[in-house]
Design a protein around this ligand. Sequence first.
Ligand code: ADE
Length: 247
Amino acid sequence: MRIDLLTLFPDFFAGPLTQSILRRAQEQGAVSFRVINLRDFTTDRHRTADDRPFGGGPGMVLKLEPLVAAIRAVRAEDAAVWVVLLSPAGGLLTQKKVRELAARSHLLLVCGHYEGVDDRLAHYVDEELSIGDYVLTGGEPAAVVVADAVVRLLPAVLGCEGSAAEESFQTGLLDHPHYTRPRVFEGHAVPEILLSGDHAAVARWRRQEALRRTLRRRPDLLARAALTPADRDFLARLREISEQQDG
Ligand code: ADE
C-alpha cells in the first residue's frame, strides 16, 4: 500500500513514520509513505498557501489552488488514489472505516491547518474524516492516527504476534485486560486463572472480562456487538449483580 501525506509541515512526520511498527512496515515493503510539501504547489513568489477568510474573522484559511494542484498531481500518477481530508468537521473515524481504508491500494491524507481549508475543497476529495470530537491545531496528528490504524491491519505487518483480529472494536467489544510478569506488583496480583494453563478457561475468562469492561465503560457498544447466548447470560448476571448492589 502507498500512503501520501499532503501538509504544510513535512517535518512533523519525521518522528512518527520512523518508529516502531510504521517503520517496520516500510522495511517489510507492506507500505511506502511519501510526504508532500503543500508549498511546492504554490505559484507566487512568497509561496503563499493560506489567505484571510472572506466575511472576516480570525485566522487564516488554506487556499484552494495549491491543494487542488497537489491532489491533481497525485491523481495523475494513480487514478486509484483515495483522497481523505482530515478535518474536525468530517465523519467520525471508526475501526470499520479503518478496515475500508486498509483495503485500498493508495491513500492521500490531506492535512488541514489554521482555521480550516476553503470549503470548496470538498469537490476535490473523496471523503472528509475526523478522528474525534475535539479540535487539533492541524490535520497532521490526525493523519498519523489514520496511517497507524490502517497500517497495522495490512497483511504481514503484525505477523504471527499480531492480535489485530481479536482486540478492541474488531469484535465490537473493548479488549480484555493483559498482564505480564511480575505475578504480584505492590500488592496487585495477576488473575489466578491466567496462570492455570487451562486454555479453554483462559479464553472464557477473557471473553467475560471484555464483556464486563464494555458494559461498564462503553455500554453503547453492546447494542451492535455480535453476542452469543452465553455472552447474553453473562451480561444478564452482571446487570443483576449491579442492580442488587444499587438497590
Ligand atoms: N483537524 C483538526 N481537528 C481534527 C480532528 N479532530 N480530526 C481530524 N482532523 C482534525
